[in-house]
Design a protein around this ligand. Structure first.
Ligand SMILES: Nc1ncnc2c1ncn2[C@@H]1O[C@H](COP(=O)(O)OP(=O)(O)O)[C@@H](O)[C@H]1O
Ligand SMILES: [Mg+2]
Length: 251
């Protein structure tokens, strides 16, 4: 049996609820470059965790490490999801264990319609949300289901990328800058869907440059600076701490 490590003596783990996803002593390298430097944090079941920090702080690398997307990233450390160790898994195994990464570039497949993009994701079990349920969450996608995915607007492509993640039976959604390049009204729309996804019990790690928007949605926040955790606490604490925001988030 796998025994989950004891995180109770880690830094700033003030919460008493047991962690659902634990990242422990994570290190990641691109070749000789030491990028993620001994990062540890916990995510509780059903919460939204904002993972913040300046450009180049290591947010994307941390998400890729969690999702086990290797090449060219090499990682050491432990990742536990719901008492299951992920750190020796390949990315497809981590996906089967319930992780879904929506990358910054969204990866909509050219030549396929909206619906085909979703159906392709549903080929491998375990299947998650049905088309009907996804179109209820994202009515715009339902209206455009026969349209080629890459011809959607940026916001709609982001919705499609999230819909595709939900079409697998996932426990944790990893979002890399979902609001990037989107108008505030579209961000409002996506934020609304992220609240609904949370109500369904899915746990989310939200990486965003738009830190204020992310913090308004998130329960807790972890801030990275040059590959290390410099803050781990509630989103409200970050919003209320001008010095912290100025130093690490430039807002
Ligand atoms: N494929 C790569 N090869 C080498 N270095 C990389 C690669 N991707 C990112 N890096 C470097 O890793 C560091 C962290 O990048 P990243 O995780 O993308 O940060 P963030 O997402 O916070 O902007 C940066 O210094 C970046 O230049
Ligand atoms: Mg990034």
């Amino acid at each position: 049996m796998n025994v989950k490590p004891d995180f109770s003596k880690g830094k700033n783990y003030a919460e008493t609820a047991p962690a659902f996803l634990s990242v422990w002593n994570m290190e990641a390298y691109y070749g000789e470059s030491y990028i993620v430097q001994n990062v540890s944090f916990n995510v509780h079941e059903g919460e939204i965790l904002a993972l913040l920090g300046r450009n180049g702080a290591g947010k994307t690398s941390t998400l890729r490490s969690i999702a086990r997307i290797g090449s060219p990233l090499v990682t050491h450390g432990e990742i536990w999801l719901d008492h299951q160790p992920l750190h020796n898994m390949a990315s497809h195994q981590a996906a089967q264990a319930g992780l879904a990464l929506v990358p910054e570039d969204r990866r909509i497949i050219a030549g396929l319609t909206v619906e085909e993009n979703i159906q392709l994701a549903q080929i491998a079990p375990p299947v998650g949300w049905s088309l009907e349920r996804l179109y209820e969450l994202f009515p715009r996608l339902g209206e455009r289901r026969k349209q080629e995915g890459v011809t959607l607007s940026g916001g709609e492509q982001q919705m499609l990328a999230i819909a595709r993640a939900l079409s697998r039976d996932i426990k944790v959604l990893l979002l890399d800058e979902p609001y990037e390049g989107l108008a505030p009204v579209i961000v409002d729309e996506i934020e609304k869907t992220l609240r609904i996804i949370k109500e369904q019990g899915i746990t989310t790690i939200l990486v965003e440059q738009n830190a204020v928007r992310a913090l308004e949605l998130a329960d807790r926040a972890v801030i990275l600076d040059t590959g290390s955790v410099v803050f781990d606490g509630t989103a409200a604490e970050v919003l209320g701490n001008d010095d912290l925001r100025a130093e690490y988030l430039a807002i």
